[in-house]
Design a protein around this ligand. Sequence first.
Ligand code: HEC
Length: 222
Amino acid sequence: MIGARCLAVLGVVVLVQGCADSAVESAGDPLSTGCVVPRLAATPSPPVRPNAPGNPPAPVLSEAELVGLADCVRPVLASSMHASEAPAARVYSSRPRYSLRPFGSEHGSYLEIFANEKAEAFGRFEDAGVLPEGSIVAKHHFSVSGAGVVSRGPLLTMQKMQRGFNPTTTDWRFTMIMPDGRIAAETAGRNSAGVDFCVECHKAAWRQDFMMFVPPEFRRKP
Ligand code: HEC
C-alpha cells in the first residue's frame, strides 16, 4: 500500500523512494523507516565513512540524495517519538530546524538539529551565549546501509534545567532516547552514567555553554 508520505515523496523526489510497504518491512525490522536510497538499492556499495565501534558504517550520499531522503525520513522519525517517555521528544520535530539538510556525523549516521523557541539564540551559533532555562535542542539520527536501507536512530536532547540542577553541565540535562521513544539514559535520572560520555565530549565546548553547533556549511536560519 502506498501511504500519503510516499505520495508526497513521489511527487518531488525521484532519487529517494519511501514507498515500499513499510508495514511489511517494519514487521521484520523494528528500526525500518521504509525509506531507501534507490542508487544503493540497485548497486550496493560498501560503506566507506570512518566509524566508531558499535555504530553501523555509512555510505557517502550525495547532497541531492540527502535532501530527498529528508522528506521521507523526517515524518517517520517524528512519529516514532509522538508517544515518547520524554515530553521534549514528542514535539521536537515541530520546532525550528537549524540544519539545512541531514549531514553525516563522525559516528557514521546522519542527523538534523532542531531547537525550541526558548533556545532561539542557538541560531546565533558561536555568539549564542548561555541559553535560558527551558531551552531544548534535539538531534535526530538515521543510518543508511550499503544496500540503501534507511534505519531509525536515537534522538539526543539537551534541555536547560533550573539553576543548580547540575553545575558540571551548566544545568543542561542530556538525554538519550531510543528509536521506540524510551529513555535510555538521562542526566540526574535513569541510568545517568549512560550519558557521561555525552558530557565528556561536549565539555570541550564549555566556553560556548556546552553547545557544539551545526557545522558552518550546514547551518540554517529558520
Ligand atoms: C564524540 C563527541 C560527542 C559525543 C560523545 C556526543 N556528542 Fe552531541 N554533539 C557533538 C557534535 C560534534 C555536535 C554538533 C553536531 C554534529 O556535528 O554532530 C553535537 C550536537 C549535539 C546536540 C545539538 C546541540 C549542540 O550542542 O550543537 C545535542 C542535543 C547533542 N549533541 C546531544 C548529545 C547527547 C545527549 C549525547 C550522548 C548520548 C551526545 N550528544 C554525545 C559531539 C558529541
